[in-house]
Design a binder for this molecule. Structure first.
Ligand SMILES: CC(C)(COP(=O)(O)OP(=O)(O)OC[C@H]1O[C@@H](n2cnc3c(N)ncnc32)[C@H](O)[C@@H]1OP(=O)(O)O)[C@@H](O)C(=O)NCCC(=O)NCCS
Length: 182
């Protein structure tokens, strides 16, 4: 399975991606607001082996984000925590490194929402975002995510296909009209 847009594509993670994933997860620039991962390659490989079982059951999808121009891995993103019969999903493990393309984040969000809402048929997206992760909160708010509550450390958000459809074309136009791929 491959999800493709203008400058990036998403492919399912493989065991051989363990080192790349670990390098992102132990990098302080990226991991500040993500759950802690030990700097241990065999533990990461074990985690991925367990994940692959969930993937086979279509309970979770973990992607490597790659550049179209040279297939270089530039990040990760995962959809998980599937509730009910396609009632709701969450997404996270979202990292883009310094090799990202100009609008990789927007392209990635569109690929994830298209896949989850329209291919898988989810009716809602739920998310918890660290309150201190201001940039990502702003990103989701610009998409129209509704903040519906909070815990001590997280803001809780809900997002629906109709919210997404009302912004999708505008974002697509931004992506398409940007020509210089960094
Ligand atoms: C989260 C992450 C992948 C987002 O990628 P990013 O490239 O930083 O994304 P940005 O927030 O800069 O958004 C990309 C651009 O889209 C723009 N944008 C976002 N939503 C938009 C919208 N609805 N309409 C118009 N523009 C929008 C942003 O303003 C930004 O443009 P700019 O560069 O001109 O300011 C990245 O910051 C990262 O790896 N962070 C560390 C890990 C992390 O905290 N992950 C999140 C928790 S899972």
């Amino acid at each position: 399975m491959e999800l493709k847009s203008k400058t990036i594509f998403l492919r399912l993670v493989e065991q051989s991606d363990a080192e790349f994933i670990l390098s992102l997860r132990i990098n302080n620039n990226y991991s500040k607001y993500l759950s802690r991962v030990d700097d241990n390659l065999s533990e990461q490989e074990r985690w991925l082996a367990d994940y692959k079982k969930r993937e086979a059951l279509e309970q979770e999808f973990y992607f490597i984000i790659c550049r179209n121009s040279d297939s270089l891995p530039i990040g990760t993103v995962r959809i998980y925590d599937f509730i009910g019969d396609r009632e709701s999903f969450s997404w996270g493990s979202w990292i883009l490194n310094e090799n990202k393309t100009r609008y990789a984040a927007l392209e990635c969000a569109l690929l994830i929402y298209d896949f989850a809402f329209f291919t898988l048929g989810f009716k809602r997206c739920h998310m918890d975002i660290r309150k201190q992760n201001i940039k990502v909160i702003e990103f989701h708010k610009k998409f129209g995510v509704k903040m519906i509550g909070e815990t001590e450390i997280d803001l809780l958000g809900h997002y629906f296909p109709e919210d997404y459809l009302s912004i999708r074309e505008k974002i697509n136009t931004m992506i398409e009209s940007y020509d210089k791929i960094s």
